[in-house]
Design a protein around this ligand. Sequence first.
Ligand SMILES: [Zn+2]
Ligand SMILES: [Zn+2]
Length: 302
Amino acid sequence: MDAGHGVLQRLRQARLGNWQVPGGGPLDALRAVFITHLHSDHIVDLNSLFTSGIFNGLQMVDRPVELIGPGNRGMLPPVFGGGARGPVVAPENPTPGTTETWELIKRAFATDFNDRIADNHAKSPDQLVKARDIELPSHLIADPNGNNVPDMEPVQVYEDDRVRVTCILVQHAPVFPAFAYRFETEAGSVVFSGDTSRTPNLVKLAKGADVLVHEAISREWLDGEMPEPRSPQVQAGYQHMLGAHTAADEVGKVAEEAGVGRLVLNHLVPMDWPVQRWRQTVKRDFSGDLTVGQDLLRIPLS
Ligand SMILES: [Zn+2]
Ligand SMILES: [Zn+2]
């Protein structure tokens, strides 16, 4: 779709001659992008934001968009269940952080970027994006393979005239670092959990927020996928899932403890579980407003 869009634009403009990237669009107000963690389901379209973004307003930004996220993990995670480690991808740097990932994306899409710069007078990726790894205070430098979610206070990572953003480490083992973010604006506050199991840090970050967007996995569904009796290996896998994600029957407790006004469920596993079942499960423990998220949903603040 993206490629087709680009071709169509070109054909339209070719008739007009002297083709250039068009002006405004939904991305012309984009200031920053925040990455919770570097699992592919969370960053797989990052390149599209900046390659196709120039056709949707990004070309108009007056300064590079800040791309903010976790740094390099620093070491490979342990092999789940023990045993010998399999092949290592990119052994010279097997756990790149946000800045390195962006540099690698630029390299991977160099043909496209260079074509757009020459053919469409597009801005260069360095004019569009400035990547930054989140630096944690030194006393919080955790052992990625040990206790990697220490009790901590939120850390500020961004501020402009409209929004102040803080983050906190959450539990998505073996992923490290994994962050949740809080966005404070005049209109209200929004907390985004990222992928996490139940952790006191998230409750701390979300205290009193107007909106908490939180992931959820159905324990019932998982029970069906991995029925009892479970072998030790399957049981370990079962625990692994619940150690990295928050069961639906716990999300309401998290939101209630944090005292948020509205809870929005997202990153739903499974994605085809009926909305009513999510509601029934989560509402048992949560007294605020509940929204079961769907793609392209917009929730206004006040
Ligand atoms: Zn993840
Ligand atoms: Zn995920």
